[in-house]
Design a protein around this ligand. Structure first.
Ligand code: CO8
Length: 256
């Protein structure tokens, strides 16, 4: 298996484990990621940490050796499949955190862009080098990167194919923060603990509301926010949260 799924308490860890190819995304690896996400969904985990095995790479991108000599139909199906796997990740109701250590290139960076958050260690090197191969990103990079860093910065990265380091990535908002080198699972779990005590329903609705901000005009987005915040208000967790505040105690959310 090139993808490992493990759990510690309520946090799930998806680890790419194909070090001989710098964790490159073959179609087999993409299928394994897809199954792992299904398992995470079914597990009731509160957060997902995505990382790469070894110090050298989070993921060096799509498997270039597998991409050569494909007919157009195969290529189109491959792009759609990769996109669908990353959409499944993006649409998870729980927060997902990509821990970037070493190289995160091409499809590897696109995998990280489909996570809710990205955290980098000082060794991280990121980029969308597809242009140097005569290609353009095909697993969501042209759509998610501009939503995260803005169109000009996204186009600079996509059209130059250049590599940026962790500090630059933090400066442009591509990663939330740079942390000391260490075990990616521990780094991701520590980051996830900002969220995991909260109501999972409220987390899901918050994520949905913010995601919709990018697909809607302001007026429509505000209507969605009013609907989703009303939905949150109707949950038992909201009742418990407000009651706990008044009773000066910690809320005990039960996710319904
Ligand atoms: N695919 C397949 N194998 C890879 C990849 C990759 N993306 N990256 C590295 N490898 C392999 C190397 O071939 C090498 O294998 P071997 O020892 O058998 O020759 C091994 O991993 C180690 O790599 P290097 O010897 O190159 O290690 P270096 O430390 O010298 O260099 C780099 C590391 C800089 C990361 C270098 O390997 C590199 O540039 N890799 C390619 C990065 C890249 O261009 N990624 C983008 C790929 S395209 C993409 O992701 C999206 C395409 C659109 C998708 C549409 C789909 C249908």
């Amino acid at each position: 298996m090139s993808v490992e799924l493990s759990f510690r308490e309520d946090v799930a860890f998806l680890t790419l484990n194909r070090p001989e190819a710098l964790n490159a995304l073959s179609f087999g690896v993409l299928r394994e990621i897809s199954s792992a996400i299904d398992e995470v969904k079914a597990s009731g985990a509160s957060a997902l940490v995505v990382s790469g095995h070894g110090d050298k790479a989070f993921c060096a991108g799509a498997d270039i050796k597998e991409l050569t000599a494909r007919c157009l139909v195969e290529q189109r199906q491959g792009a759609s499949f990769g996109q669908s796997v990353f959409c499944k990740l993006d649409e998870l109701s729980i927060p997902s955190i990509a821990v970037l250590k070493g190289y995160a290139f091409g499809g590897g960076l696109e995998l990280a862009l489909a996570c809710t958050f990205r955290v980098a260690t000082p060794s991280a090197k990121m980029g969308l080098p597809e242009i140097k191969l005569g290609l353009i990103p095909g697993y969501g990079g042209t759509q998610r990167l501009p939503r995260i860093v803005g169109p000009a910065r996204a186009l600079e990265l996509i059209m130059s194919g250049k590599t940026i380091d962790a500090e630059e990535a933090a400066r442009i908002g591509l990663v939330s923060r740079v942390v000391d080198e260490g075990d990616p699972h521990q780094i991701g779990e520590a980051f996830s603990r900002q969220f995991t005590g909260h109501s999972k329903i409220a987390l899901m609705l918050a994520k949905q509301a913010v995601q919709r901000a990018f697909d809607s005009a302001l007026e429509e987005g505000l209507r969605i926010e009013a609907d989703l915040s009303t939905l949150a208000y109707q949950t038992n967790d909201a009742d418990e949260g407000m009651r706990a505040f008044i009773e000066k105690r910690k809320p005990a959310f039960r996710n319904w």
